[in-house]
Ligand binder design. Sequence first.
Ligand code: ZN
Length: 197
Amino acid sequence: MLSIREDKEIETLLLKSEALLKGHFILSSGLHSNRYVQCAKFFQYPAYAELAAQKLARLYQDTPIDVVIGGAFGGITIAYELARALGVRGLFCERVEGIFQLRRGFEIKPGEKVLIAEDVVTTGKSIDEVAQLVKQHGGEVVGVASLVDRHMPDPEKLPYRFEWLHSVQAEAFDPASCPLCLEGKEPAIKPGSRGMK
Ligand code: ZN
């Protein structure tokens, strides 16, 4: 089982940058939730990105790594900063007709040890897709590093070493039985409607 991690310094910056909102939200799925996470708000501050990358790099300091890769768009900034902190190459992959690919002349050479970087891991699905790409190029996935873990219900789905800085335990509710609605507190808001996507 994965454990809950609370990096108070990172939590403070997540809240300060409004990357982490506590309240009453309508998720894109239509469910209501007491938490909303938009890591891009955190990464708009290079100093925050640098600090997070240094913390993640420390967790992997004894692991040989040749390259860090992030999936566009969420993984780009953290992959770059993590590559800087580790002193290795930083790449990103992007979707072409829905499938992650290496473009722009980026290469992973056979046998290279690759660290996958993410801003937030929820189901592990996109991590899996990036890992498939790494393997197609002959690379070896040595682990996954993420700013936030949304506490995956099924951690076995991520068969790699996984390090993250802060756990966000969001609860999701059916609107018909949402306890926040029933409490009659402030009505649920769609974060996108306030300019957040
Ligand atoms: Zn509600």
